[in-house]
Write a protein of this length. Structure first.
Length: 185
């Protein structure tokens, strides 16, 4: 990205972020030899070269405001993108929305199979925490622990998954709340 953000259009900045995130995800998700290669291939399929990369863009721009090292910010951005991609893979599964297309191409479970897609989503989630916990993300273990905790809290049962449950749960299981956009399907 350019040294002076005011010289770059939003479209250019988003494009540069997408390219940086794709390159880092490619590095963070190497395709191994062996039986796990099919799952990693599905993880790569679900996370590389797709989407707007808005979450990573917001991470990188916010980190720049606080002079966070760009390499560390990029790792955090990729971890958040992995969690996002995991959520999309699981959301597309037959037991959830049973979607056939994501980003204009077959969903992970259609491209591979349901079991592989499930494991790929799980792999992306787990890899996100591994990336945050690793020393290249930050030299201070306390900072890495805080990053892991924040992502776990934001994507756990009391946050993101609670909202997903609300959408998928049978109406008789849902609690009652006053009419609001949060309670509508």
């Amino acid at each position: 990205m350019a040294a002076n953000p005011s010289d770059v259009s939003l479209a250019e900045a988003l494009k540069a972020t997408g390219e940086a995130v794709n390159a880092e995800l490619d590095r963070l998700l190497p395709l191994p030899d062996g039986p796990e290669s099919r799952v990693v291939e599905a993880m790569r399929y679900a996370s590389l070269d797709g989407g707007k990369r808005l979450r990573p863009f917001l991470v990188l721009q916010s980190a720049a405001l606080f002079n966070v090292a760009p390499s560390a910010a990029l790792r955090v951005a990729c971890a958040i993108e992995m969690v996002h991609c995991y959520s999309l893979v699981h959301d597309d599964l037959p037991c959830m929305d049973d979607d056939d297309l994501r980003r204009g191409r077959p969903t992970c479970h259609r491209q591979f199979d349901e079991a592989t897609a499930l494991l790929a989503g799980d792999g992306l989630l787990t890899r996100a925490f591994e990336v945050l916990a690793a020393e290249p993300t930050h030299a201070d273990p306390a900072v890495r622990c805080q990053l892991v905790w924040e992502l776990a809290h934001a994507s756990g049962a009391r946050a993101w998954w609670a909202a997903r449950w609300w959408i998928c749960a049978p109406p008789s299981w849902r609690w009652t709340c006053p009419p609001s956009p949060a309670c509508s399907r």
